[in-house]
Every structure is written in structure tokens, then in C-alpha cells.
Design a protein around this ligand. Structure first.
Ligand code: DLL
Length: 433
């Protein structure tokens, strides 16, 4: 069953009409209710009547994290706070946290979008879904929770905490689905293998997101936990998880386009790019009451596909994220995304997806060290196995990113494991600037 089939599978011309009408309404809403938006539109000589539909989208000014910081905490709220029923927040990269407020209708639509995403992952009212995202200000816990309740699944609101307790609950209550970050799920897999309890787990689907991950990581999770892993995307400013989710064909994440209008731009020039080009994802909310976002620059780098998916859905699909434009490293003049390193590492037998990159500057030259956890057996195997593996990893990385890195292979559970967003990079170079 497809949750709300009418919207997700409607012909694109029909969807476009709906988006046109909703965009006009959303622009009017912010113009008349948010002085900050009105001022920004007036500065470029725009009146609400100039926006007649999606074709006029590029006339509108962008909204950025800096705008959120400037208007912190409630300057972009488009309804009185007495009309809002929820506040969520996420730490910004620098300075103030990002804060969003939601009306009751916003919460309902958000839950509907998550419900569609969970349905794509095959989760139904017959499932028992354990939520392993943090509850509280982070949108992951409550977002997944409301979506799962909407489809009628039995929700275990576990949140984060002791991995042992999380595993026991999962086994004792027979959880059939889990929502958590991919890196944490991998940690759960490792712990289950170690304790010999893997056969007691009934999970059939995992809905993972909040951080970039790769197809190679999906393969590992699916193989080690005997489940199907799905990707879910979202951000606090726009709603939370459920802005887009991938289906069983894994041809990209279907955007809930009746609520979120996507574009891809050149991050340097701000110019809208043609279909299929890679660039920064920009999202405009179409139905938000509390905290609408007009052309919000997500900083997430991807490209969009618009052809009909094998599942029958007609919505645009986000292709695997390369990372965030502000995560991109320039090492000795070469552009490197951590996700490229992850994908290369996972192509080597015996390597786990737990890695940490340290970039430094020595004698005016950039250096890159990659520490990576490898399977236990390499530490007990015959002498030479570790050296061979180090060389293999080094060569794989060099051909993937074009750089010679210093490789440090470490035992399982040496690097930090996080239940939230995992940090994979330390760039020490800014210390010298
Ligand atoms: O991470 C919302 C979320 C919760 C999404 C649970 C999925 C699951 P923020 O804390 O505001 O919101 O962070 C948003 O996280 O701009 C991306 O850079 C990154 N991100 C989120 N999902 C994915 C994903 C939540 N599936 C920021 N793949 C976004 C890659 C992701 N990056």
C-alpha cells in the first residue's frame, strides 16, 4: 500500500498546478506576516503578485542560516506563538542553534510525510518500531514517533542511551523496525555480533538518516543485520525527518513535493541549475504555517532525478548526498568529501565504516591521516596481514580521491561511537590561520 497514493503518484503536470497554487499562498503568507521576509522581497522590488507559480521561484531571495541567526529565535515565525504547539531545535554549525516552531497543522503534515516514508520502507500497522533517534529538541525522535503512530505501528519510544538496554528492549519486545542514525545502527550490529544475540533480532527494516551515508554502508547494515535499510532525509528548518525517503528500489529519496519544493543551485553564483545537475539543494516549504522557509539553502550537495521511479511514484528524487558544502575539504587543492572516503574504505574487505579523518598542515603542506577500524581477525592473523591491508586501503583511497593519506588501522571500538550525528573529520589547519 502506498500512503496517500494520490499525492505521491499524481501526474507531474497536476502536481505542478498544486505547487503553483501553494507557492503563491505561501509567499503571500510570509509577505503579510513576516516583516523580515517582506523587507527582503521589497529590497529586490518584489510584490506577492509577481510570484504566480513555480516558474517565478528564482525571483525570490534565498533564505540562509545567517537569516535564522539574525532573526533568532522567533523572527521568522509567521503566526503568533499562541498558535504554535511545538518548538524544535538543532545546533547550528556556528553560533546560535536553529529554532523552528510548528502549528498543530504543521505537526500533522510532518507526521503525514514521515508516515509516507515509513510506508515506502514497508512498515505497516503490524510493525513494532523502535525509535533510536534522540527525543527532545532534535527532530529525529518525535518526528519518527509521530509518523509511526500515524500508520498505526506500535512505537517503542526508546531514544538514545545504553546500547545494552536498547538491544534488550529490541529483542524482548520483538521490534521489527528501527529508526536511528546509520552509524549507530552499525554499532548495534557490532554489539549484537559480539554478544552472539544477532539471531534473536526480528528487525526487517531500518530507517536511517540525519547524517550522510553510502550505498556501501547500506550493504554492510543489510548483510550484518539481515534487514532492509532505507534512507530518510530532513532538516529542522524545513520540518525534520521525512522531507524525503527512499523506496525499495533505492533510486534516490522521494521528496514530498506537494509540501516541499526543491531546486538545485550553483552554490557560488546562486544560479538555478538544469535538471540532473549537481549542486546545493534549496527547499521552499509550500504548506508551512508556523515557520515557512522560502528558498532555504540547505548546504547539502546532491542532484535531483525527475523520471518516474520503478515503484510508481512520480516525485523528484534526491540522489545520494555527497555531503554538505561546508563539509567539503580542500586538501592540497583537491576537493574531498568524507562520503567519498567512506565509499572507498568499504570497498576493502575487512574494513568497517568507522573512520576518522584528521587534516593538518606540516611544513606548509596539508596532510591527511585516516584512522579506520578493521575487523578483529587482522590483529590476531599472521604477521604481515595488517601491512598488506594498510597498503590496500592506501591505494584504494589514492585512486578514489587522488591523495596519498597516512593510514592508521585500529581495532574495533577504538574510535568514538555516537548515537547522534557522527563526526568523521578534524581539520586542524584553521588553528594556524
Ligand atoms: O537531522 C533531521 C533528521 C532526523 C533527518 C532523523 C533524518 C533522520 P538537523 O539536525 O536539522 O535535522 O540536520 C539536518 O542533517 O541538512 C543534512 O546535512 C543532514 N542529513 C539529514 N538527513 C540526512 C540524510 C535532522 N539522510 C542536516 N543523508 C541536513 C545525508 C542528512 N544527510
Amino acid at each position: 500500500m502506498i500512503w496517500n497514493e494520490t499525492k505521491e503518484c499524481m501526474p507531474r503536470e497536476e502536481l505542478r498546478k498544486l505547487q503553483d497554487a501553494r507557492l503563491v499562498k505561501q509567499v503571500n503568507h510570509v509577505y503579510y506576516n513576516v516583516p523580515y521576509y517582506r523587507k527582503k522581497m521589497q529590497e529586490v522590488g518584489l510584490e506577492p503578485g509577481d510570484i504566480r507559480g513555480v516558474d517565478d521561484l528564482s525571483k525570490l531571495p534565498f533564505t540562509t542560516y545567517e537569516d535564522l541567526r539574525e532573526t533568532y529565535p522567533f523572527g521568522l515565525a509567521a503566526v503568533p506563538l499562541s498558535e504554535c504547539v511545538r518548538l524544535q531545535s538543532s545546533s547550528g554549525t556556528t553560533g546560535k542553534p536553529k529554532i523552528a516552531v510548528y502549528t498543530r497543522r504543521d505537526i500533522d503534515i510532518w507526521a503525514e510525510c514521515v508516515a509516507r516514508g515509513l510506508t515506502m520502507a514497508g512498515i505497516t500497522k503490524n510493525d513494532i518500531m523502535q525509535v533510536g533517534y534522540g527525543y527532545g529538541l532534535f527532530t529525529g525522535g518525535l518526528g519518527a514517533h509521530y509518523g509511526a503512530e500515524k500508520i498505526g505501528a506500535l512505537v517503542i519510544p526508546m531514544g538514545t542511551g545504553s546500547t545494552e538496554k536498547i538491544i534488550n528492549m529490541m529483542i524482548d519486545c520483538g521490534a521489527t523496525a528501527i529508526a536511528c542514525t546509520p552509524s549507530y545502527l552499525l554499532h548495534v550490529a557490532e554489539e549484537l555480533e559480539k554478544s552472539g544475540k544477532i539471531d534473536q533480532v526480528k528487525l526487517k527494516a531500518a530507517v536511517c538518516g540525519a547524517e550522510p551515508w553510502t550505498d556501501e554502508m547500506r550493504d554492510q547494515l543489510e548483510r550484518r543485520l539481515h534487514l532492509k535499510a532505507f534512507d530518510i532525509y530532513g532538516l529542522t528548518e524545513i520540518a525534520g525527518p521525512g522531507v524525503a525517503t527512499d523506496c525499495e528500489f533505492h533510486r534516490g529519496l522521494h521528496i514530498q513535493e506537494d509540501h516541499f519544493l526543491p531546486e538545485v543551485i550553483n552554490p557560488e553564483t546562486g544560479e538555478q541549475l538544469p535538471e540532473g545537475s549537481e549542486g546545493e539543494l534549496v527547499i521552499t516549504t509550500l504548506t508551512k504555517e508556523g515557520f515557512p522557509m522560502i528558498r532555504y539553502r540547505t548546504k547539502d550537495v546532491t542532484n535531483l532525478e525527475y523520471d518516474k521511479c520503478d515503484c510508481g511514484r512520480t516525485t523528484a528524487r534526491i540522489q545520494r548526498f555527497k555531503g554538505r558544502s561546508d563539509d567539503m575539504l580542500i586538501i592540497r587543492g583537491v576537493n574531498v568529501f568524507p562520503s567519498q572516503v567512506e565509499a572507498a574504505l568499504l570497498n576493502v574487505d575487512g574494513i568497517t565504516p568507522n573512520y576518522f579523518m584528521t587534516v593538518d598542515r606540516v611544513d606548509n603542506s596539508d596532510t591527511l591521516e585516516v584512522a579506520v577500524e578493521v575487523e578483529d581477525r587482522f590483529f590476531s592473523d599472521e604477521i604481515g596481514a595488517l601491512e598488506d591491508l594498510t597498503k590496500k586501503v592506501h591505494d584504494k583511497l589514492r585512486s578514489a580521491i587522488g591523495l596519498n593519506a597516512k593510514i592508521r588501522l585500529v581495532e574495533p571500538n577504538t574510535l568514538e561511537h555516537s548515537q547522534g550525528k557522527t563526526k568523521h573529520v578534524l581539520d586542524k589547519r584553521h588553528l594556524y590561520d
